[in-house]
Design a protein around this ligand. Structure first.
Ligand SMILES: Cc1cc2nc3c(=O)[nH]c(=O)nc-3n(C[C@H](O)[C@H](O)[C@H](O)COP(=O)(O)O)c2cc1C
Length: 161
């Protein structure tokens, strides 16, 4: 998988993975995500991500109007692994990767990304375990962790390298 654009949309998050990033260059956080959707609502093109409240990134998602969702060439896989294993609470994990965060308007993007969605948060909600209809989901991971928060972002810019 050298180029993300050859990845079918259903695999974009689940196989390629991405980074959800919120905040400004002097105060931001990012984490690896494998859950997300692309679609439309209210006449807008949207990218929706699901960030657990346990993630430090969730604080930034909550507190900022904009977030970015970035995808990378396969050569950055180990960086995404690190950013999905370690927490920004414990130090500057981005500095331990090959990635270069760059200020872009109200948000942060990465120089190495091959595809970035700049999103304006238009809705968020905490998923309700009671409304999870698949028992495998409801009685599986959510016995051990709180439900994820859903963030719908209007895609205001697409940056392709
Ligand atoms: C491949 C992969 C996919 C992940 N997908 C998600 C996701 O979609 N949502 C989420 O909340 N956490 C996801 N995580 C977990 C976070 O990336 C991980 O907990 C991270 O260390 C959080 O960092 P933070 O505390 O700096 O925000 C994923 C981790 C990996 C390795």
């Amino acid at each position: 998988m050298a180029e993300n654009r050859s990845v079918p949309v259903f695999d974009l998050f689940s196989r390629q993975w991405g980074l959800a990033t919120a905040g400004t260059l002097d105060h931001f956080n990012t984490c690896t995500i494998a859950w997300g959707t692309l679609g439309t609502i209210w006449g807008r093109s949207v990218c929706t991500v699901f960030i657990n409240e346990l993630r430090y990134t969730n604080e930034f998602m909550r507190d900022n109007e904009y977030f970015t969702v970035s995808f990378f060439p396969e050569s950055y896989r180990e960086d995404l692994e690190l950013l999905g294993r370690e927490s920004g609470r414990d130090g500057d994990k981005v500095a331990r990767t090959k990635l270069t965060p760059v200020s872009h308007g109200n948000c942060v993007i990465f120089k190495e990304a091959c595809l970035t969605y700049v999103c304006r948060k238009i809705y968020w909600d905490r998923m309700s375990v009671d409304q999870m209809l698949d028992p495998g989901v409801r009685d599986g991971m959510y016995q051990k962790m709180p439900p994820h928060d859903e963030y719908i972002g209007e895609i205001v810019e697409v940056i392709e390298a």
